[in-house]
Design a protein around this ligand. Structure first.
Ligand SMILES: Cc1ncc(COP(=O)(O)O)c(C=O)c1O
Length: 288
């Protein structure tokens, strides 16, 4: 969409896409290449070109690199797979500002952060800026496969029916499911419940860490939380995942040093308490 818009309005020269190291944007060949981890994009032949990866949260690097050739900046408003990395306020403001300055489009990948995950319906709503294009999927369908791209009316004119498409695009069943999900998740009570549950997780994780100090910090937002392992436990996130599994608890990792928690947005308080108990047992088994 961004490439098409830039080509139409400014010419083919304006095609550079800036993205960020450790970013993850999915597994089509284009999106693995825009993602900032070569492990996902190597080995499939020549890659789509004119994509630059800069360090996340580095305002200086961004200002130095961006130019009139930049077509779009693509980022996660909170890096998920890359380790639950939040953007600094300065970085977010700078990204929006340089996009305006250079007529580049700002694309937020909200596939992981969207649909209530951070306690806002979309994460950008908690950041004080608005992207030009937003991608959303995963929880949009509550488990049913659907992805969607949101943009402004002005930009949408450059991607008309026939310009691009896919066999299952606009599938009526998937759209009906997503509408039902959006109706429930966008309720103020659902969103407020996310912040309430975040507090329970943070308290519980701090308590475990007092007893068995293995985390250096708990980061993230809403119910997209990462417990970063301290110096002594570097590289052992997967061990925690396996030990948790042995207790009947499913957790995730975000890289080798972060244990990730992304429970249901309506998980019961009782399930949180029980899960934290199991996690404590798992960590105890590793420490001992
Ligand atoms: C930010 C982000 N974008 C995209 C995706 C998924 O994309 P795909 O379904 O192409 O693998 C993920 C999955 O984890 C994600 O976290």
């Amino acid at each position: 969409m961004a490439r098409r818009y830039s080509a139409d309005v400014y010419g083919a020269e304006k095609s550079e896409i800036i993205a960020f190291k450790q970013g993850f944007h999915g597994r089509t060949f284009f999106t693995v290449t825009v993602g900032g981890q070569e492990a996902y994009s190597d080995g499939f032949g020549p890659k789509p070109g004119d994509i630059t990866h800069l360090p996340y949260n580095d305002v200086e690097a961004l200002r130095q690199h961006v130019s009139s050739r930049t077509c779009a900046i693509m980022m996660e408003p909170l890096q998920g797979e890359g380790g639950i990395i939040e953007p600094s306020e300065e970085f977010i403001q700078a990204v929006r500002e340089v996009c305006h300055q250079h007529n580049a489009l700002l694309i937020f990948d909200e596939v992981q952060t969207g649909n209530g995950r951070t306690g806002h319906f979309y994460a950008y709503q908690g950041l004080g800026i608005t992207p030009d294009i937003l991608s959303t999927a995963k929880s949009l369908g509550g488990g049913f496969p659907i992805g969607a791209m949101l943009t402004t009316t002005k930009l949408a004119e450059h991607l008309k029916v026939g310009t691009h498409g896919s066999t299952y695009g606009g599938n009526p069943l998937a759209c009906a499911v997503a509408e039902a999900v959006v109706d429930v998740v966008s309720q103020p009570e659902t969103l407020a419940g996310v912040a309430e549950r975040e507090a329970l997780f943070r308290q519980g994780l701090a308590k475990i860490n007092d007893k068995y100090p293995i985390f250096s910090e708990i980061r993230g937002k809403g119910l997209l939380l990462g417990a970063a392992l301290n110096e002594q436990w570097q590289g052992r996130a997967r061990d925690v995942l396996v030990a948790a599994g042995e207790q009947g608890l499913m957790v995730l990792v975000a890289g080798p040093n972060v244990v990730r928690f992304t429970p249901s947005l309506v998980i019961s308080h009782q399930d949180i308490a029980q899960g934290l108990e199991k996690l404590e047992k798992a960590i105890a088994s590793l420490v001992q």
